[in-house]
Write a protein that binds this ligand. Structure first.
Ligand code: AHR
Length: 340
């Protein structure tokens, strides 16, 4: 069972029947596989050293780097043989990595899926090979959710809603907002857009005037913000605020705003999501106004889930990490305690 203490405040939605069946089936099959292949057994210790494949999206943001670090250090702490693969933002690379993990007969797979769609064939291969798949950070769209064991992630819609409500209040319900979206097709890009739009619906004078992907990177966030500022200047439109789906894009946008001779945080309000240390530094400097936390320290919960499924313990289908919101008023007090 995942220990809630290991992931901070976590809400578990337990779909018992499906989960118990899936967990027992997977656990039973893992025993078979370990015995018959001897793939990763630790001789004589009485305790099996497990091999786990981790398919990571890439290193596009400070958040992603913190997640990788958390998974790597937790694997080391537990003596897990971790096989790490960086997909460099490409789903095809993740699919190849999963294929390689299956061929290597790992005990379990941890997957942070770059986009939601297109996973069924490879997840079916994992299931056929009796290898449980734990999803971290982002979800997938599959018709049969027994294709994965469990999902450990934040509620991205709630994050977008928190950012939207905070901004609407800050703007007194009125203003032109530009939006920097995450990777097209990625769960956090889809859901953070949705949550933010939901919050803004209650404020008819608060409008999203432009929305484009900045691919969750600082460089692209800057580039897109430059284009937004240029277009606004050309049409004589004022941009009152930027909503970025992650801190890295917001930090890029801040640079673009400064280079355009404006003051980020004052002339243009900036709100984003993640809660990485550089975002707190930008808040202390008065350049970023608000960030909604998205906890990347998923290593302990991910390996709790792996151990649970291999030990035939039941798991919830989804564990939701609860996130908080921080603005400039608290940034100075909180920055010292940030873990990522
Ligand atoms: O899936 C989580 C998102 O992915 C983070 O907000 C972003 O920084 C990362 O790239």
């Amino acid at each position: 069972m995942i220990q809630p203490a290991n992931i901070g405040l976590m809400q578990n939605k337990i779909l018992m029947t499906a989960v118990l069946t899936g967990a027992m089936w997977l656990a039973a099959s893992r025993c078979e596989s370990a015995d018959s292949t001897g793939a990763s057994g630790a001789k004589g210790s009485g305790r099996k050293t497990i091999a786990v494949g981790f398919s990571q999206i890439g290193a596009e943001s400070g958040w992603r780097t913190a997640e990788t670090k958390s998974i790597r250090s937790e694997a080391a702490r537990r003596g897990v043989n971790l096989k790490f693969s960086d997909a460099q933002q490409k789903q095809e690379n993740q699919i190849k990595a999963l294929g390689a993990f299956i061929a290597q007969k790992v005990d379990a797979i941890i997957l942070a899926p770059v986009v939601e769609a297109g996973w069924e064939p490879i997840l079916k291969q994992a299931r056929a090979a009796k290898i449980p798949v734990v999803l971290v950070d982002r979800g997938v769209n599959v018709s049969d959710d027994s294709l994965y064991t469990t999902l450990i992630a934040s509620d991205f819609v709630a994050e977008g809603r928190m950012a939207g409500e905070w901004l609407a209040k800050k703007l007194n319900g009125k203003g032109n907002v530009v939006e920097l979206q995450g990777t097209p097709g990625a769960a956090p890009a889809i859901d953070r857009k949705k949550g933010f739009a939901e919050a803004l619906k209650n404020y008819p004078d608060g409008k999203i005037i432009k929305s484009q992907t900045g691919e969750f990177t600082r460089a692209k966030g800057k580039e897109v913000m430059e284009a937004f500022l240029k277009a606004a200047q050309g049409s004589g439109t004022k941009i009152n605020a930027v909503y970025a789906h992650n801190d890295d894009m917001a930090l890029g946008a801040i640079q673009a705003i400064e280079e355009a001779g404006l003051k980020p945080g004052t002339d243009i309000i900036v709100v984003s999501i993640d809660g990485i240390k550089p975002a707190f530094e930008a808040m202390v400097a008065g350049k970023l106004n608000c960030t909604v936390e998205c906890n990347p320290l998923l290593g302990p919960a991910a390996f709790d889930a792996v151990e649970a499924v291999l030990a035939r313990r039941p798991l919830p289908k989804k564990s939701v990490v609860r996130d908080r919101i921080f603005d400039q008023s608290v940034a100075k007090d909180v920055i010292g305690s940030r873990e990522y």
